[in-house]
Design a protein around this ligand. Sequence first.
Ligand code: PLP
Length: 377
Amino acid sequence: MDNLPPYLFARIDEMKEEKLRQGVDVIDLGVGDPDLPTPPHIVEALCEAARDPKNHHYPSYAGMLAYREAVAQWYRARFGVDLDPKKETLALIGSKEGIAHIAEAFVNPGEYVLAADPGYPVYKTSTLFAEGKVYEMPLLAENNFLPVLEDIPADVVKQARLMFINYPNNPTAATAPLSFFEEVVEFAREHNIVVVHDNAYSEITFDGYRAPSFLEVDGAMEVGIEMHSLSKTYNMTGWRIGMACGNADIVAGLGRVKTNVDSGAFDAIQHAAIAALTGPQDCVANACAIYQERRDALVKGLTEIGLDVKAPKATFYVWAPVDDCMAFAAKLLDQAGIVATPGVGFGKNGEGFVRFAITRSIERINEAVDRMRGLDL
Ligand SMILES: *Cc1c(COP(=O)(O)O)cnc(C)c1O
């Protein structure tokens, strides 16, 4: 427990609570959780499945075959990637669950895991639970927030078992070209490293950008898996359903840990997930159009107050450069009642940035922009 990182958002949280107590109308742009509802046809599928007693028992460990077939069909249609539903897909109780358990399967105490800094905190904590060591790959603006693999010290590479990557990226909102994934495959092959690509944001894209799957790249199926999820795509964060896809041995290793920990995802939720993956997809395009309007409003507002922000091509985050991220976030909350996440909460290389989540209505984002104007930030 002592090795787990401290909760760096505590100070901001305390300040937010204090503002709420004072009756301030706080605009929370801190949380990475869609404000939009799950599309009705998916909710309907859950209701119907929940009424059927056949779905009230322990689910299968790996997930219903029908769910895994729907996942394979979706991967084929969306990415042109062929997956054997029985061996190359696995149901997850949200992708966070798969990320948290994968290190147990492949990392021995003292071995290295390569994880981005800044990054989704679970990559580091899953490594610590497996008693592995984290090597933090810096994500820097000058490298388009991609890790530089040649910069990883040779003695670390030698003891590295696993590498986490995540594009479209949280928190930086960066995207990766296929050539980066090709580089990762070559590196993983050469050094015998398991690659785990977290693709939670592949469907939240703008301006015609299409995010690839890591598994599209030649050789990726030999070295890695992809964690994916319905959470962000279909506004289903509360439902807890995701999937691990890719190399059969890696999928099996994760599955083996999971059979000893959990007993699968509720069958009725898997039925709803099938409805999501195989049903009409216009709900996804509609959500992206809503996020895009919000993104444009926020980027314009931040630019007007003098921040050098670029409009991201994907994710529902804006990663804005500032001088001192804790001071900026504190001032923003104190003077304007706006919550944003200090970048350092995602790792030391997050210093100099704050993350805004555009998971609030356009009216609230416009209100936030109005409040920021005229502030001395
Ligand atoms: C939201 C998120 C996830 C996990 O989502 P689940 O709800 O657990 O599927 C995983 N990775 C990143 C980077 C995320 O932002």
